[in-house]
Design a protein around this ligand. Structure first.
Ligand code: SF4
Length: 470
């Protein structure tokens, strides 16, 4: 039996591609094992979003190759490279990394089994190594019945509702890698969600490159005039959310990666009216100054963003807002950055990530003559993060004494509705509560971005908070 080990790098969208590959391998009777050193085949599913992710991917491939060279028994081990980097550099990589046995693009994740079989057949026949055709732009989108083996813990799952992106953000390479936006049907997503809830999943994390664009591509196939399309902004996602909310069971639905351009009043109303939708919204804004939003081609404006944030806060009481900003984008002036800091100070985002601008080959912003020095990017990054840290501490302190519903991740570690997996903080509970279940806890302390808690009704004097493991 062929054994395969898979190393998944990058974001949750890439993780789903890994899950699809593992699902196909298992369905074909192959063995999937954690130890790369013992496997017949090692697959590295790469990320290529920014330079540092690319470097990590290259490093991982080189290490996997080095490891097989060290083990006599494993010198015939096959090395396959998949994912965004493989897709992005489809032409260059085979020449630059001859040690890799095969590269596959994003559209070939479901073809992993025949590829592996071909690799071994080729060895037996001593023929030409198989060549995989990688489309320039990816078009694949999984369905509810696409074989998949979840690699997340039992209690949460990522659900890819769409793939690709139609936006022209000048700093971003994603549309060139992942292709045009394509949505799944509402029915397909609902069938998958029903199955996951039946398996005991307590949190469905809806993901795509642009979640608020969900369904707008399919809708326009039947819509006709452009005016009608505009009036449907965000409404298809609202329709999906109402159907997911109607699935029986005790679970959260979390919205990740929403673009500010496609929000609608109906979407805000839907979140407010559907109790299973987490009072949590992830909305990457990237900047607030019109000067920067224009240069980034974010297809939105400072006024639109400010009005939208106000409308979301007013329409969904108790909402946790997560966003990300880029600092040091080409041409960012002191005034632009001051405007950003003032906006962060004023809006008091509950969760916020800051990225230093990364000059990505192949993007329009990379060609700009207004690049800023790394030192300035670094200074702005630290200034924005320091501000957010003080806001987060204040907001965390306000939580002390409140009782929150949490999802228990591991003994002593839980997450509240306002914390997405992998990116946000945790709630450290001073008792081991049943894992993968919901529990009520009372917050009794703050530690950086995390909260400390006791099971509801317990007395603080009897407890010692465990030290966080990170
Ligand atoms: S919305 Fe912009 S940043 Fe996000 S994936 Fe699309 S092009 Fe990239």
């Amino acid at each position: 039996m062929i054994s395969v080990s898979l190393i998944s790098l990058g974001c949750a969208k890439n993780l789903i591609d890994s899950e699809i590959m593992v699902g196909h391998l298992l369905a074909a009777g192959m063995q999937v094992i954690p130890e790369a050193a013992k496997a017949d085949v090692v697959i590295v599913n790469t990320c290529s979003f920014i330079d540092s992710a690319k470097e990590e991917s290259i490093q991982t491939i080189l290490e996997a190759n080095e490891q097989r060279g060290l083990r006599k028994r494993r010198r015939d081990q096959k090395l396959i490279v998949a994912g965004c980097m493989s897709q992005r550099f489809a032409k260059e990589l085979p020449g630059e990394m001859p040690e890799v046995d095969a590269f596959i693009g994003l559209d070939q994740v479901t073809k992993i089994v025949p590829l592996i079989e071909k690799l071994f057949d080729h060895e037996r026949a001593r023929g030409e190594a198989p060549v995989t055709e990688i489309n320039r732009r990816s078009t694949f989108i999984p369905d509810f019945d696409t074989p998949r083996f979840r690699l997340t813990p039992r209690h949460f799952a990522y659900v890819k509702i769409a793939e690709g992106c139609n936006h022209p953000c000048t700093f971003c390479i994603i549309p060139q890698i992942r292709g045009r936006h394509r949505s799944r049907t509402i029915e397909s997503v609902v069938r998958e969600a029903r199955q996951l809830v039946a398996e005991g999943v307590k949190e469905l994390n809806l993901i795509s490159q642009d979640t608020t664009y969900f369904g707008m591509d399919r809708w326009s196939e039947h819509a006709g005039p452009r005016a009608k399309l505009d009036s449907a902004r965000g409404d298809t996602l609202a329709l999906l959310l109402r159907e997911l909310n109607a699935i029986e069971g005790d679970f959260w639905i979390r919205l990740l990666y929403t673009h500010p351009a496609h929000w609608s009043d109906e979407l805000i109303r839907t979140i407010a009216e559907c109790p299973k939708i987490a009072r949590y919204v992830d909305m990457p804004l990237q900047h607030i100054s019109d000067h920067m939003l224009g240069k980034m081609q974010r297809e939105t404006s400072s006024k639109h963003i400010r009005d939208l944030v106000r409308a979301i806060r007013a329409g969904i009481p108790g909402i946790t807002l997560r966003t990300t900003f880029i600092v040091g984008f080409p041409g960012e002036t002191e005034a632009d950055f001051a405007e950003l800091l003032a906006f962060i100070r004023q809006t008091r985002f509950e969760r916020l990530g800051v990225f230093r601008y990364s000059q990505e080959e192949g993007t329009r912003a990379a060609k700009s003559a207004e690049q800023l020095p790394d030192k300035l990017k670094e200074q702005r990054f630290h200034a924005a993060m320091a501000l957010q840290q003080s806001i987060a501490r204040e907001l965390g302190t306000n939580e002390v004494g409140r009782t929150l519903r949490v999802l228990v991740e591991a003994p002593g570690i839980a997450r509240a509705m306002g914390d997405a997996p992998d990116i946000d903080g945790r709630v450290f509970v001073a008792r081991a509560l049943p894992v993968s279940e919901f529990a009520d806890v009372t917050i009794n302390g703050v530690r950086d971005y995390d909260l400390l808690a006791l099971p509801r009704g317990e007395h603080p004097a009897r407890s010692v908070a465990p030290k966080p493991a990170r």
